[in-house]
Write a protein that binds this ligand. Structure first.
Ligand SMILES: N[C@@H](CCC(=O)N[C@@H](CS)C(=O)NCC(=O)O)C(=O)O
Length: 210
């Protein structure tokens, strides 16, 4: 199995899951030149990461890759049983992280890291939401997570799943960008997730160099 990856990006999420599961994989770091090649565009239509190539499957979108891997190795216990009630909440948080939680974090990143390399932040994707607006927006979308995490360590059935990885991947950015200044259940949750050995292996911190 091959994972196409760039450090600190959304590609950390499937790598983190692979490390949690103890599955062997080949890591391919994607350079700017490589991402522009027609061969790479066959793997990802926009030349982005992550991409997972596994036997006949070529999959892009970090949350989809995590969901695929958690199901492929269901016996490892990173996804609830199909058709269970827990499965519904698992989907909810996987999609919430990708569609709702991530948007203000990305906007905040555009503001605080305006000098991100073009590879990581194409100028065409930058918009005009201010730092303060992004922070307030983030605080609103954290609210349901704060309520849940007040009494739970993890998002689904109070056990660690791929939904925690995708959500944790977004919150890790927020933490590193300084968006989580005040103490909250969300901050405690991501601080604790950050200590997981599998995440430490998967996330090579190059933020300081940006
Ligand atoms: N929604 C996609 C987003 C993929 C994405 O934007 N990846 C970024 C890194 S976080 C990327 O490859 N950027 C490089 C580029 O745009 O050339 C996912 O979750 O996989």
């Amino acid at each position: 199995m091959k994972l196409y990856y760039i450090p600190t990006t959304r590609a950390v999420r499937p790598r983190w899951l692979l490390e949690e599961m103890g599955i062997d994989y080949e890591l391919i770091t994607v350079s700017m030149e490589m991402s522009r090649q027609p061969e790479y565009r066959k793997l990802h239509p926009h030349g982005k990461v992550p991409v997972l190539v596994d036997e006949k499957a070529t999959i892009f979108e970090s949350a989809a890759i995590c969901a695929y891997l958690a199901d492929k190795y269901l016996e490892k216990g990173f996804a609830p049983a199909i058709n269970s009630l827990a499965r519904a909440y698992y989907y909810q948080w996987l999609f919430y992280a990708s569609l709702t939680l991530e948007a203000p974090v990305e906007q905040y990143m555009f503001n605080v890291l305006p000098n991100l390399p073009e590879k990581l932040l194409p100028k065409t994707t930058q918009t005009k939401v201010s730092l303060e607006e992004a922070k307030q927006w983030f605080s609103r979308v954290c609210q349901p997570l704060n309520e849940l995490l007040q009494d739970n360590d993890y998002l689904v059935e109070n056990r660690f799943t791929a939904a925690d990885i995708v959500t944790g991947g977004v919150l890790l950015w927020a933490l590193k960008l300084g968006m989580l200044t005040e103490e909250s259940p969300v901050k405690a949750y991501i601080t604790k997730l950050s200590e997981r050995p599998a995440l430490k292996k998967a996330d090579v911190d190059v933020y300081a160099k940006l």
